[in-house]
Design a protein. Sequence first.
Length: 444
Amino acid sequence: MDPIEQRRLLRTEIPGPRSVALQAERTQHLAAGLGVTLPVFVDRADGGVILDVDGNQLIDLASGIAVTSVGAAHPEVSRRVAEQVERFTHTCFLVTEYDGFVQVAAALNRLTPGDHEKRTALFTTGAEAVENAVKIARTYTGRPAVVVLGHAYHGRTNLTMAMTAKNVPYKQGFGPFAPEVYRVPSPYPYRWPGGAEAAAEEAFAQLAEIVTTQIGAGNVAAIVAEPIQGEGGFIVPPPGYLAKVAAFAREHGIVFVADEIQTGFARTGAMFACEHEGVVPDLVTTAKALAAGMPLSAVTGRAEIMDAVAPGGLGGTYAGNPVACAAALAALEVIESEGLVERARQIEALARPRLETLLGADSVVGEVRGRGAMLAMEFVRPGTTDPAPEVAKAVAAQCHREGVVALVCGTFGNVIRLLPPLVISDELLDDALGVIERAVKEAS
Ligand code: PLZ
């Protein structure tokens, strides 16, 4: 197949007539609970472009929510997936083994932070990885409680819903939730009552107090945190916070779990976001960009913790599917050989200054934040920090009409996030940023 030309091209309104027709069919057949950001049906996708069924070429600033970092059809990934599909699609690793699973585990043991002895278990979805990290931490410590942060997102299964902070749409009506999940404040610098400078220390003090006085440190199996909070609003913790939490966990025999499902694999300008602060978690959960779109997730961590669960305690029919493992081995090679960690930093260097020109005392842009190719703008009523979700919605809608796939996030729905494939060209990124700039000015 010819590569898709890497430029934005609008042939019809967005969504076009074919997408509209398919959308009508979708509405007839699909459960209403499945949402959609942009009701456009895709024909092909690669690099920084999504080609829709009406022939429009959209700029991808979503990467399928931080998944297709190497592009949605990287030739090396496609080749290795096709090769694996011809050999076999499935055996169930719990029944008979295959080497791809072992090689992915070895790669994760090598790439994740810290040079201690590690082990990995593969699963299928991000939520499943988080659930298994908790299972492992509970077995290792013999303790029940799990501590999570405000604004956290960890998934949609029963335990991970309990761990996720935001009610609508993730939790409303779905309870009762799993017990023994406790929430401490997120050190959200932009919104910290005592100011950004005080956030690390004060938020940590609150965590320590809640753990020691309300839960009892001896009852806590794990503290689970995203090193940059994703769905919650691309919240970068203030410097020092994660290190303090990791040290506190160590001191109290608590397993510190970094949920790197959204931040992992070069996205933030480091292989893992924990590296920006020199933090070495006990366990790391990964998924998304790991296998370039094939469903694969992992828990990687200290050998003594990972090995606490007896044989048979971990698994799943599809866990570490061989096709997904082949994709992961290719994607990890591409991330390293194409220098995508460095590329994420270049994307930040191109995009951040452009977004920052939109800041100002009477601007709707309250803050520009993030790291690498995980950047966001938080919208507020000018002159205040009151969330302005209607502005984020209007900016996203305008971007969509102009052929740029932009995503909204944040507890208050007032954040526009940029998650381009790391292989996006400078020209495409530049074009997309121009669209965003005009959309923000119009929405102001
Ligand atoms: N942990 C940090 O970002 C998934 C959710 C999309 P799954 N984020 C995208 C949606 O609305 O369902 C995510 C994450 C972090 C865990 C998960 C869960 O990963 O693969 O979606 O289960």
